[in-house]
Design a protein around this ligand. Structure first.
Ligand code: GLU
Length: 293
């Protein structure tokens, strides 16, 4: 049997906080307990928000916490060609379409419907679903607009992609708890997200696309990450099916809450690893704070 493979996959767009520390340490603990591998992946596809400084901080903070990871690290910004190839597969299968509506046009369209008294459907994160009007464009019209250099994003036709699955059903295996002893089957509901963006002009891939490509390429057997990504797994499973990628096992751990009971964010300075470090906390203190000692 091949080794179990875990990964921690932060984006270098801010300071790591206690929630990241928990995720990284839990992945390392599981890798150690199972004699498996521990990978670190830098998810830096958004070149406008990710910086080399934040990336260096990630290495330093993780090192300070006592995390050890395999080298070399996979940095997503060095692998756009891999994501492009995956996107091509979906374009050829006609499961994605060029979506031309600008943010302003989307907003106006939705506002118009909502003033007519119909609430517009929202995704699990609260963002309005894409109207999907472009799906009706003819091939000629699409080509004309692309040739005219109109900006567009590639969006996944989720309904079509789901209907194209041989079983028309989609699920994943979710660990009942962090012992990873028992897994339950969870039915995936990708339609809840609407037609998500898989690539844009300025970022020629997306979180969903690059994460499934990399988890497969790196042989990740167990995706252990925060509960905030639980429902997003539905889209990732749909992509894995259409790209012929194996489905990892999943465990979405509970989120560490801030003192105010709210989800931690990268702008919440007092729970930042670096801030705690500089104010005299030790790695053992951090472990105690997140109850992983
Ligand atoms: N890069 C993502 C984040 O920082 C995590 C991706 C994942 O674990 O699937 O939130």
């Amino acid at each position: 049997m091949s080794l179990l493979t875990f990964r921690f996959a932060p984006s270098p767009n801010g300071e790591l906080h206690l929630g990241h520390a928990y995720s990284a340490l839990l992945n390392q603990k599981l890798a150690k307990e199972t004699g498996g591998r521990m990978l670190l992946r830098i998810e830096d596809i958004d070149l406008t928000r990710c910086t080399p400084e934040f990336e260096q901080d990630i290495y330093r903070d993780l090192d300070w916490l006592g995390i050890e990871w395999e080298k070399p690290v996979r940095r997503q910004s060095e692998h756009f060609a891999d994501y492009e190839a995956a996107l091509r597969t979906l374009v050829d299968a006609k499961l994605v379409y060029p979506a031309f509506m600008s943010r302003g046009e989307i907003r106006a369209h939705i506002a118009e419907r909502e003033t007519a008294g119909r609430p517009w459907p929202r995704d699990p994160d609260g963002a309005p679903l894409y109207p999907g009007l472009d799906k009706a464009l003819s091939r000629r019209e699409r080509q004309r607009r692309i040739d005219d250099s109109e900006p567009f994003a590639w969006r996944l036709d989720v309904e079509k992609a789901l209907a194209a699955l041989p079983t028309k059903e989609l699920s994943w295996q979710e660990a009942a708890d962090e012992t990873l002893d028992r897994f339950d089957t969870v039915t995936a509901a990708p339609l809840a997200w609407g037609d998500v963006i898989l690539a844009r002009k300025e970022v020629p891939t997306s979180y969903h696309l690059s994460v499934v490509v990399d988890d497969a390429l790196q042989g990740v057997s167990h995706v252990v990450r925060g509960r905030d990504l639980y429902l997003a797994t539905a889209i990732q499973r749909l992509l894995q099916e259409h790209l012929g990628l194996p489905a990892p096992l999943y465990f979405h751990h509970g989120l560490i809450e801030g003192p105010d009971g709210r989800k931690l964010s990268k702008s919440n300075r007092d729970t930042g690893i670096r801030t705690l470090w500089e104010s005299g906390a030790t790695p053992a203190d951090i472990r105690r704070m997140i109850r992983l000692d």
